[in-house]
Design a protein around this ligand. Structure first.
Ligand code: C5P
Length: 406
């Protein structure tokens, strides 16, 4: 996807060993469709050369407020006026202090001060030793910078170049990329608590075998990511899948349908939106054997009895919160044929205001999908697209409907 197509990012580097990550960040931003103008402080140039950053950004790097290449000799004005955002990565403790005081004695801080504050957001990705990060001066500066409108990206925690371990690492380039993409998404779910189920469930037969299905979890993970990008607090209850957790999302891993029900019931009382994308097993073995079921040589297959699993979505949708629409419930239907008729019937049976149909074999494991939305007013097609793009459209639709309910 080209999530940053049309965006112009001024990438500012201040001095710190995390400058080496800025090279990869620059590439990642460009791969996602952005144009990137790099501005470096003198200290940053001690860690990485402007040549590297010029080659990666395909633009000359700026480093001095006296740069005569600009016809009006005002790079601080020209560069900041073109930007959709200024991203300082890495942002050193010293540079945070400079920003806080509105100092402007070199190009990068001068440009930040000169930017039209209402149109050009400032994103900072701090990088420093843990003691520097924890110092009251830095924390005070951070709080004031946020009060002045800056957006904090990070910080990460872990092993630091100085050999110590703790908070203050710059986020990894891919994490920063995800945060920058999220920053530009419309904040249509601010204040909402979104609960999502995703993936298959696994119903044990014995300690080494079980019944599961081919759900990859990709659609549910995309919905969790899109909801978080839209400003919601998101809890993702995931069946056994190995997908990475979307940034900023709280993940609860579960195995069986019963585990999933417990996790959902625990979080449903504070949720305002519930999206059930999980492919929950309809049946589980009536009793899982304690030990591996062995062949006994008789040629007789073991007799398995089955018990119906609880319907998680229906339980939540038919609870008082679901009924009152204080919790807006969205169901999914994976069908092989007659999608519309099945989706309409499922919407009524589950008691949900919105049901999203998709064709099972066309979605399981795929990176793209096509959706059919069914509600009380009718139907809406979302043509084939990457799952994240569909998830964002679905979040916009959910937001429209929850606003209508409120
Ligand atoms: O009944 P069916 O499995 O086709 O319904 C699909 C929808 O119901 C999905 O939203 C799925 O997550 C949810 N579901 C559930 N608990 C079940 C079965 C399905 O939440 N036991």
């Amino acid at each position: 996807m080209n999530d940053l197509a049309g965006k112009h990012i001024v990438l500012g580097l201040s001095g710190g060993i995390a400058c080496y990550k800025a090279a990869e960040l620059c590439r990642a931003l460009i791969k996602e469709g952005a144009t990137v103008q790099v501005v470096m402080t003198e200290a940053a140039e001690q860690f990485i050369t402007p040549v590297t950053m010029q080659a990666l950004s395909n633009r000359p790097v700026y480093g001095s407020q006296w740069d005569a290449r600009e016809p009006n000799n005002m790079p601080h004005i020209n560069l900041s006026r073109e930007a959709d955002a200024i991203l300082i990565a890495p942002c050193s403790a010293d540079f945070m202090a400079k920003l806080l005081h509105g100092r402007a004695d070199e190009l990068l801080s001068l440009m930040c001060l000169a930017r039209p504050i209402a149109q050009v957001p400032l994103l900072i990705a701090p990088a420093m030793n843990r003691e520097m990060w924890a110092h009251p001066a830095t924390q005070r500066n951070l709080a004031q910078l946020q009060a002045d409108g800056a957006t904090l990206l990070g910080v990460g925690s872990g092993f630091q170049a100085c050999g110590e371990t703790g908070d203050g690492r710059m986020l990894e380039p891919q994490e920063l990329l995800e945060d920058v993409i999220a920053f530009f998404q419309p904040k249509v779910l601010t204040g909402q608590q979104v609960l999502v189920t995703a993936g298959p469930t696994y119903e044990a037969i014995d300690p080494v075998r079980g019944i599961t299905n081919l759900s990859s979890g990709k659609m549910g993970f995309a919905i969790a990511r899109a909801a978080r990008e839209a400003g919601a607090q998101v809890t993702l209850v995931a069946g056994p899948v190995s997908l990475p957790t979307p940034r900023g999302v709280t993940r609860i891993d579960v195995k069986s349908a019963q585990n999933m029900l417990e996790a959902v019931m625990q979080h449903a009382p504070i949720a305002t939106i519930f999206v059930a994308t999980a492919a929950v097993a309809d049946w589980r073995p009536a009793s899982a054997a304690d030990q591996k079921i062995k062949k006994d040589g008789s040629g007789q297959a073991p007799q398995l009895g089955f018990t119906e699993n609880p319907d998680i979505l229906a339980s939540v949708a038919q609870s008082p919160r679901g009924q009152s629409r204080a919790l807006f419930c969205v169901g999914f239907a994976a069908e092989s044929h007659d999608l519309l008729a099945h989706a309409q019937a499922k919407r009524a049976r589950k008691g949900v205001p919105l049901l999203v149909g998709n064709i099972g074999p066309a979605t399981f494991g795929q990176d793209d999908n096509a959706l059919l939305l069914v509600d009380e007013h009718g139907t809406q097609d979302m043509p084939r697209a990457p799952k994240l793009a569909l998830a964002r459209q679905l979040i916009a639709e959910i937001s429209r409907r929850t606003r209508a309910v409120a």
